[in-house]
Design a protein around this ligand. Structure first.
Ligand code: PMP
Length: 438
């Protein structure tokens, strides 16, 4: 199969690579077909990128082209089409390996998503290594995907979860973590970037802390991978997970990355086809890494689409993407400050955060505000954002409104959000008890 191409995106991407200043967001937007549609008769302003990103034409076409031209099952047939499909799938693995900074492809196992990767690690590693009295340290800002699997394995093995608190800005409090992560800690698992607060956690310091007590260090990179270079092998972590769909790729593809020695020692999690070397009614021997961790037919076309997404991101270049996002962050923080009654949670400065903003509006039901924004074509997310412990920690029982921007969002979309929020406040604000009496 030919390498995936970037039909619409190549020019925008190539020009952006020359210098961050050359980043032309309108040319980038032209690569994303959905961005030209309307919602409720208004131009779509998509600010729910934390949930899933939109896809450039190159990703959509790479996946369609795989089905149109190269579709076959992988790793099994002797026929040419099967070899072509296998080569495309393994090329995608190589692209992931390079993109995330892995040592080699043996460290990259494809999963359905981040959630499945955490389940794989927690169950396989946890069953073999956790016992009564052991501790698993997690931050209070974890997405449920990096909480519930550890909760379950802790319960099964008699281990205990240790919550790590946050500092004022919503980052994991390093001083507190140093007090709480002790010799009984067997796993330190934390989100690199909070899906609610946008705060970037100090991954290297936390990894060093985990290593100093001999714990397995796992980082949930679902919200980090779309925004900056992971360079995993330099960070000191043992394992990480991410989802393609949050970084321009298709749904149904995720990655568990782990140091080869760690993955080598994992008990097979799901078993069946493709993951064994030999089996009879007496014995079974396992396939080599990474296939041992990929039972059954994977999302082959999805992996091919993911490859195209990584090519697209690579061609844009991190310096350009990061500079654009920093500008959006500064704009959003200033714009949101101008909305009366808005209370932002998470870092108030553009540094050390990504363009994910969660907030409440005083006296306004967040769901009503979300509906009012939606009527204007502005798509944000409202609720607990799969982070109930964080909501409790923030005292945000009614939920928060979350606007999450990405590389194709514009300053004028941010301004439209602020304007929409002002409208929500003026239309929906409940009178305060004092005002109601008067
Ligand atoms: N971790 C974080 C920080 C997330 O934001 C999400 C998705 N919102 C997940 C894990 C789970 O990702 P997925 O649903 O793709 O498994």
């Amino acid at each position: 199969m030919p390498e995936p191409t970037i039909p619409g995106g190549l020019e925008a991407a190539a020009s952006a690579k020359e210098s961050p200043a050359a980043y032309d967001v309108e040319r980038v937007r032209a690569d994303f077909p959905i961005l030209s549609r309307q919602v409720h008769g208004r131009p779509l302003i998509y600010l729910d990128n934390g949930a899933t990103s939109q896809k450039p034409r190159s990703v959509i076409e790479a996946e369609a082209s795989f089905y149109a031209n190269s579709n076959a099952n992988i790793h099994r047939g002797a026929h040419g089409l099967g070899s072509e499909a296998t080569a495309a799938f393994e090329r995608a693995r190589g692209a992931v390996e390079r993109f995330i900074g892995a040592h080699n492809g043996n460290e990259v196992a494809f999963t359905r998503n981040t959630t499945e990767a955490v389940n794989l690690l927690a169950e396989s590693w946890g069953r073999a290594h956790l016992g009564p009295g052991d501790e698993i340290a997690l931050s209070v800002s974890e997405h449920h995907a990096n909480l519930v699997p550890w909760f379950q394995i802790a319960k099964e093995r008699g281990a205990r979860l240790v919550p790590l608190p946050l500092d004022q800005d919503g980052r994991i409090d390093l001083e507190a973590a140093r007090r709480l992560v002790g010799p009984r800690c067997r796993v330190l698992a934390f989100t690199w970037v909070s899906n609610v607060l946008g705060a970037v956690n100090p991954v290297e310091e936390l990894a060093a802390l985990g290593r100093s007590v001999g714990a397995l260090v796992f980082v949930d990179a679902a919200q980090a991978a779309p925004h900056f270079a992971l360079r995993l092998k330099e960070r000191g972590v043992d394992a990480a997970a991410l989802s393609a769909h949050k970084m321009l790729g298709p749904t149904g593809v995720g990655v568990l990355w782990g140091r080869e020695s760690l993955l080598e020692g994992l008990r097979p999690w799901q078993t069946g086809g493709s993951m064994i070397e030999t089996v009879d009614f007496e014995t079974v021997t396992w396939n080599r890494l990474p296939w041992r961790l990929e039972a059954g037919t994977p999302n082959i076309a999805g992996a091919v689409g993911f490859h195209a997404a990584l090519d697209y991101l690579r061609a844009l270049g991190w310096p350009a993407v990061e500079a654009h996002e920093r500008a959006l962050c500064a704009r959003a923080l200033a714009a949101l400050r101008g909305v009366e009654g808005l209370r932002l949670r998470g870092p108030a400065a553009p540094e050390g955060r990504v363009a994910v903003f969660s907030f409440s509006l005083e006296g306004v039901d967040p769901f009503d505000a979300g509906a009012l924004l939606d009527a204007q074509g502005i798509e944000v997310r409202v609720g607990n954002h799969c982070a109930q412990p964080l909501m409790a920690h923030l005292g945000a029982g009614d939920g928060l409104i979350r606007a999450s921007a990405y590389l194709y969002n514009t300053a004028s979309e941010i301004d439209a959000l602020a304007e929409g929020l002002r409208r929500a406040v003026s239309k929906l604000r409940r009178p305060t008890p004092a005002a109601a009496k008067a």
